[in-house]
Design a binder for this molecule. Structure first.
Ligand SMILES: [Zn+2]
Ligand SMILES: [Zn+2]
Length: 464
């Protein structure tokens, strides 16, 4: 392996000593046949409750020490079988024609030094003669790039977090300034069977740098692998995330000294100054999503009928129901909404603040209540009106609501001038990055709809 120091009995023991909580527990686990295989063999050591296997091909495996000689031998031989298979696959030259069109496209992107399958010209065709599916080819591309890193995480496609047993397989070729040859890329494909198969997921352009990123429909704002390594916390320190257990849980820690960071509570991090959300992914691992302003659409109609994750209610400070939108939401939601308001907000809410309750019988899942300033009562500080929209988006992020329906806050009996109420809504929603994807502004009258339409048009093309 070029550029890779040889793996020996001594380097294996040195690694075990370096990693052991109690270095006096380090012992070599002897397996002469494994040690004698110069191509796919290696060495093993145990320490603490861990069995470490280091392959001469650069592969490594950590597993729970089986604690018996037979168990250790079986674990080493299981590793050895996989290493031999990898070696065999690597020896067999892959015919690109035997690969799915998505993999062929991914290989071409790496060899040509491009960013995405979308940059290939002419557009490659799939088995059916149709243009290759870029999102799927890019999914394979992300996994291929992971496989070609010097210390690729696990096998391509496996999750980032370690389970009871992990294996790392450094590849021979380092990604250098020089672009890899097609033969080198095909060897990486050969080492990782998943790369020679149709992808099971799709990629999307990283919202920060447009490099293909994996996330699937649920995490379509997830950042790419490079951006994923670069978040900074509220203290400006490089920060990483980790799962705390198989059953769920997440911690954020400073990369320099490993200390916990309050990012764990807020989940807010920054990549090159752009706000992002870092959290445990639903199926393990850590996901970093870019926060973006929502897409805004205008709806003329009845907000209580909107089938969104959360409807926003223009409440008053008492939060016990009222007229206009407030009355309509309480009527349509039923007594459960009022009961939850009383239980969760015994003292109501301040002007400019927001909080959530159940949605009762509404088609929406939650109600986010926010209290707008009453122009009629002399509350004319626009910052309070702006705060209603900002706080509502923050609350939506807390409860994971991705689609919201807003009324025009303060524009009813509170009598905020309609044009400015609409302008404040559109300006603030457009300027507030969050995890919310879609906001429908539901206008209660034709006049309100016209005002919102004007405000949408004023800042660029109206959507919806
Ligand atoms: Zn990126
Ligand atoms: Zn911090």
């Amino acid at each position: 392996m070029p550029d890779t120091p040889p793996v020996t009995r001594a380097t294996t023991l040195a690694l075990a000593i370096a990693q052991a909580a109690d270095p006096t527990t380090v012992r070599e686990v002897e397996h002469p046949a494994f040690a004698g295989d110069a191509e796919a063999g290696g060495f093993a050591a145990r320490y603490d409750q861990t069995l470490l296997v280091c392959g001469v091909d650069g592969g490594r495996s950590w597993s729970v020490d089986p604690c018996t000689d037979e168990g250790r031998r079986a674990a080493i031989e299981a590793y050895w079988r996989v290493a031999r298979r990898r070696r065999e696959r690597e020896r067999t030259a892959i015919d690109p024609a035997s690969l799915p069109a998505t993999t062929r496209a991914a290989v071409d992107v790496v060899v040509a030094g491009l960013r995405s399958a979308a940059d290939l010209h002419p557009v490659p065709l799939d088995e059916a003669g149709e243009p290759v599916d870029v999102a799927r080819a890019d999914a394979t591309l992300v996994l291929l790039r992971r496989a070609m890193r010097p210390t690729a995480a696990v096998a391509a496609g496996a999750s980032r977090d370690g389970g009871a047993s992990t294996t790392r397989t450094p590849d021979g070729e380092r990604p250098t300034a020089r672009r890899p040859t097609q033969a080198q890329v095909l060897r990486a494909v050969a080492r990782h069977e998943v790369l020679a198969q149709e992808p099971t997921s799709t990629a999307h352009p990283c919202p920060l740098c447009a490099t293909p990123a994996l996330g699937g429909p649920r995490y379509d704002r997830a950042v790419c692998d490079d951006c994923h390594e670069r978040p900074r916390c509220v203290h400006g320190r490089a920060v990483g995330g980790a799962n705390t257990g198989l059953g769920g849980g997440f911690v954020a820690h400073h990369r320099d000294d490993g200390s916990a960071c309050e990012t764990t509570q807020t989940h807010r991090v920054w990549i090159d100054g752009h706000p992002c959300h870092m959290d445990e992914a639903r199926f393990g691992g850590v996901v970093v999503e870019a926060l973006l302003p929502p897409a805004i659409t205008l709806v003329r109609g009845d907000i209580t009928r909107e089938a969104v994750d959360a409807v926003v209610n223009a409440a008053n400070t008492a939060m016990r129901g009222g007229g206009g939108v407030d009355g309509a939401i309480h009527r349509a939601g039923g007594p459960a909404v009022l009961a939850d308001c009383i239980a969760r907000f015994p003292r109501g809410l301040a002007v400019g603040d927001a909080g959530w309750t159940t949605a009762g019988d509404l088609p929406a899942h939650r109600v986010i209540h926010t209290v707008g300033p009453s122009w009629a009562a002399g509350e004319r500080d626009r910052a309070l009106l702006v705060s209603c929209y900002r706080r509502s988006l923050e609350v939506a992020d807390e409860i994971g609501s991705r689609t919201l329906a807003f009324p025009l806050i303060s524009a009813g009996v509170y009598a905020w001038p309609l044009a400015d109420a609409a302008a404040a809504a559109v300006e603030t929603l457009r300027a507030t990055p969050s995890r919310v994807r879609e906001v429908r502004i539901v206008a209660f009258s034709d006049e309100a709809a016209v005002a919102v339409g004007r405000a949408l048009g004023a800042g660029g093309a109206a959507e919806g």
